[in-house]
Ligand binder design. Structure first.
Ligand code: AMP
Length: 538
């Protein structure tokens, strides 16, 4: 028997209406070099309506893809709201991709129109002649437009329209937005989010067992809107009333400290490399003030214990670790210590990747696909399922990425009785030494705990005796002269003896992917090509 409930589709346009109706005075702050631009949710909603009308006139129809090549800013938010609400598909383009990959994803998604920030014109211009199906480029803000040939002006298009629109109604499973994985191996793969998945993901982000975003919050949104929808916050904002600070290109420690002081965010979201840089900048700034923050949501890569402890000790700020992927919308797990846990051991929970948020299911399997126990010891690959977890990739078959309807995450680790996942590695980064696993993530976290170390990346390298052994690549802090001997000694009391790397190299910076993660394949290749200066112990 079916229920008697209304069968209203879960559409992004409802979220837009809700935010405009209930939280019209709430603001989005966009940081520029010389000023802070402010827009209320009401104004943004009205401008989104005008944008939708302008796009319709340009020929954007039902299901057409509209690319955005933009920083985190108000205009990007307007596109986030307008494009799905009108029934088209928002395709956020990662501005850090190599030109070949950028052209590939624009053509693969068949983007019809691209909205581009003026400051990013030179990057898009590099591929303009490889995009035969892109009919219009709309530029927002100042920049050398001649590099792109014929373009339209964002503000002029909006000025020609009046607000007021009846957003169309359609099946909630319709595509709303898409994002390509960062593609460290092979071509990037497209993940398509639906209206329904975005809606449910936003509700999950408002749950107090996860990030708990609400109208009491002002979010400092450092995670880029060109990668996994900036963890969904642009949509959750209109649903929850939380305000947003958009930092555009000002993503270094110093400007982030400045925004924290002047714009007073309550929660800030970013990957660990960003927070490492904030700690570096704060060390040189006695007036650093993070007192408005109720928490930092940090994820996208493992969060070192030393970082969690430093934010707590120096600023009284709790770091909450989150785990997710492009394929998981991304919010899938959050590491909040269970209610009633001993405060002196909270950090032992915070270093873990987290517990799944309500609505998604997680399991761990061995190489043969057998489900392993939740005992905190059995090591296997995580598999995940749920209404905001992708069930396929756009336009390509990838049977090896799925297992009986579950997404294979490629993340390896353990799951304990309390439901906490601990990630020891990406499956492609695991180090198998003499048949036993060494966790590169754990080794990195231990090395970075040394005062003289700024960053550390550990990769597997071939070894005649053990098949593979860890190579530790260290970036020293500016005044540090720490040596490999000292670091080996430091590790002696912290990890099993056989884990301690024999091979060490000191580098200027760890190579990063387009989404700010350590690019370990570059380090492995540099080692194989003999390009690293390696100290080796017996
Ligand atoms: P992406 O799809 O580019 O967002 O990358 C997703 C991947 O980032 C995951 O599969 C993990 O390998 C990694 N990741 C995300 N969050 C965490 C975390 N808290 N700890 C360790 N790795 C993480």
């Amino acid at each position: 028997m079916l229920s008697t409930m209304q069968d209203a589709p879960l559409l992004i346009s409802n979220m837009v209406r809700h935010g405009e109706w209930l939280y019209g005075d709430k603001k989005v702050f966009t940081v520029h070099a010389d000023r802070v631009q402010e827009g209320t949710f009401f104004e943004i909603s009205q401008r989104a309506e005008k944008l939708a009308k302008a796009l319709t006139k340009l020929g954007v129809g039902d299901g057409d893809r509209v690319g955005t090549f933009m920083w985190n800013n108000q205009e990007h938010m307007e596109a986030y709201l307008a494009v799905p609400s009108m029934g088209a598909v928002l395709h956020t383009l990662n501005i850090r991709l190599f030109p070949e990959q950028l052209a590939f994803i624009i053509n693969h998604a068949d983007d019809k129109v691209i909205i581009c920030d003026g400051s990013l014109i030179p990057l898009l211009a590099k591929v303009r002649d490889q995009l035969p199906n892109v009919q219009h480029i709309i530029v927002s803000g100042a920049g050398d437009r001649s590099l792109l040939g014929d373009v339209l002006d964002y503000e002029e298009l909006l000025a020609a329209e009046k607000p007021g629109i009846v957003w169309p109604t359609f099946d909630e499973r319709k595509a709303a937005a898409m994002c390509y994985t960062s593609g460290t191996t092979g071509d990037p793969k497209g993940v398509v989010y639906s209206h329904r998945s975005t809606w449910l993901h936003s509700l999950a982000s408002m749950s107090s067992n996860s990030i708990g975003l609400s109208e009491r919050d002002r979010t400092l949104l450092i995670v880029p809107m060109f990668h996994v929808n900036a963890w969904g916050v642009a949509y959750t904002a209109f649903f929850s009333g939380c305000e947003i600070i958009m930092p555009q290109m000002f993503l270094q420690g110093e400007p982030i400290l400045n925004m924290s002081k002047t714009l007073r965010p309550t929660i800030a979201l970013g990957v660990p490399t960003v927070w490492n840089d904030v700690l570096r900048a704060a060390a040189a700034d006695p007036s650093a003030d993070l007192s408005s923050l109720r928490g930092i949501l940090c994820g996208g890569a493992a969060v070192p214990r030393s970082m969690i402890e430093a934010f707590k000790a120096k600023f009284g700020v709790e770091v909450v670790q989150g785990w997710g992927m492009t394929e998981t919308s991304p919010l899938a797990a959050v590491s909040i210590p269970p209610y009633g846990s001993d405060p002196t051991h909270e950090v032992d929970y915070r270093v873990k990747a987290g517990r799944v948020v309500a609505g998604v299911q997680l399991r761990i399997v061995d190489d043969a696909g057998n489900v392993l126990p939740r005992d905190g010891k059995s090591v296997g690959e995580f598999e995940i399922a749920g209404p905001w977890i992708t069930g396929s990739y756009y336009g390509v078959e990838a049977p090896d990425k799925f297992h009986d309807g579950w997404l294979r995450t490629g993340d390896v680790g353990t799951l304990d009785g309390e439901g906490f996942m601990v990630i020891s590695d990406r499956s492609k980064d695991v180090i198998k030494s003499g048949g036993e696993w060494i966790s590169s993530v754990e080794l990195e976290n231990e090395v970075i705990a040394h005062d003289g170390v700024f960053e550390a990346a550990v990769v597997a390298v071939p070894d005649a005796r053990w098949d593979e052994r860890p190579l530790c690549c260290v970036v020293r802090n500016p005044e540090s002269g720490v040596t490999a001997e000292e670091l080996r000694e430091f590790l002696a009391s912290r990890v099993a003896k056989w884990w301690i790397p024999e091979r060490w190299t000191f580098i200027d910076s760890v190579p990063k992917t387009s989404t700010g993660k350590f690019d370990k394949k570059v380090l492995r290749a540099a080692y194989a090509a003999g390009e690293l200066d390696v100290v080796q112990f017996d």
